[in-house]
Ligand binder design. Structure first.
Ligand SMILES: CC(C)(COP(=O)(O)OP(=O)(O)OC[C@H]1O[C@@H](n2cnc3c(N)ncnc32)[C@H](O)[C@@H]1OP(=O)(O)O)[C@@H](O)C(=O)NCCC(=O)NCCS
Length: 273
């Protein structure tokens, strides 16, 4: 749980009214900078958002600050998480974690066993939340350029994605929510574990040095694809504070059978130690 924990002030509730759902359309624009025509309109969320897929909203002091929204899939025991978004002023304050907690209860009450979704492997807040805080795993699925070329700051950057699987009834998920399963760099690197380092500030890198961002994309793509093809899965995401240069260092933990430390030195020289 983060230093700026606001969990006592967050209230989570199901959203059925069109007025509430319109706030979610507004939030999509605020979080992603979408044009309104690219945001999911309230009437669609109202039509599809029933049962386990009822959108959930997070409020602080009566203000809607975040939401989570899932789609049904052909498998009645599986949901697809389409979007989770937190207003920029309220990110990294555990609002996302609280939304997932409530989504877990809602999904379980309808007999859902698995949720799946994708995210950019270089977005560390997402990785920390999905893998380290709520217990999702990535079972060796890497999608190259999933959405094709995107506009704005992502123009020219392949939209690669990892596929997260979240088994809501698993012991792993239970332990993560109880904070009983925290990993640290001191305790790991067993014979079956690999670390892949990713930059803590990919958004900044995209703005300051786009070539460097592209280099990170291709270097990490190569590493993930290589290890996934050997049967490794992503089982955790570890942040290390207090490094000599004062920066957070972030690592994916992959598990299978060999003991290797893969470091992304400036995104360039990956070496085994
Ligand atoms: C991704 C997102 C949903 C996460 O929600 P959130 O409310 O910020 O999540 P939480 O606060 O519960 O967890 C985020 C964690 O990442 C950590 N974090 C943030 N930036 C980080 C970084 N650069 N490196 C390492 N950890 C980081 C936070 O400190 C927090 O961990 P902590 O609780 O241990 O301190 C939210 O940031 C968001 O809306 N982002 C933009 C939209 C988006 O990407 N949506 C998802 C795709 S649909």
């Amino acid at each position: 749980m983060g230093n700026n924990d606001l969990t006592t002030e967050i209230s989570i509730r199901k959203l059925n009214d069109i007025d509430d759902l319109e706030k979610i359309t507004d939030l999509q624009v605020q979080v992603w900078g979408f044009d309104y025509r690219d945001a999911i309109p309230a009437h669609i969320m109202k039509s599809i958002g029933v049962g386990p897929c009822t959108p959930l909203g997070a409020e602080i002091d009566g203000k809607m600050v975040g939401f989570i929204y899932t789609f049904p899939t052909p498998n009645p025991k599986k949901q697809y998480l389409h979007m989770i978004g937190i207003h920029p002023d309220y990110q990294s304050k555990s609002v996302g974690e609280e939304l997932f907690k409530e989504q877990l209860k809602q999904s379980q009450s309808y007999g859902i066993e698995t949720l799946e979704w994708t995210y950019d492997p270089l977005e560390c807040a997402n990785a920390k939340l999905y893998i380290a805080k709520i217990g999702g795993i990535v079972e060796g699925e890497y999608q190259r350029d999933n959405y094709g070329n995107q506009d704005g700051i992502n123009d020219g950057l392949p939209s690669d994605r990892l596929n997260v699987t979240w088994r809501v009834n698993s012991e792993r998920v239970k332990k993560k929510f109880e904070n009983k399963n925290e990993r640290s760099l001191d305790k790991i690197i067993g014979p079956e574990e690999i670390l892949i380092e990713v930059p803590h500030n990919f958004q900044e890198i995209k703005k300051l040095d786009f070539d460097e961002a592209i280099k990170w994309r291709y270097d990490t793509r190569e590493l993930f694809e290589n290890f996934f093809s050997q049967g490794y899965h992503i089982m955790d995401f570890i942040s290390k504070n207090g490094t000599p240069d004062g920066l957070i260092k972030n690592f994916y933990l992959l598990e299978k059978s060999e003991n290797k430390l893969i470091r992304g030195e400036n995104g360039r020289n990956h070496k085994n130690t």
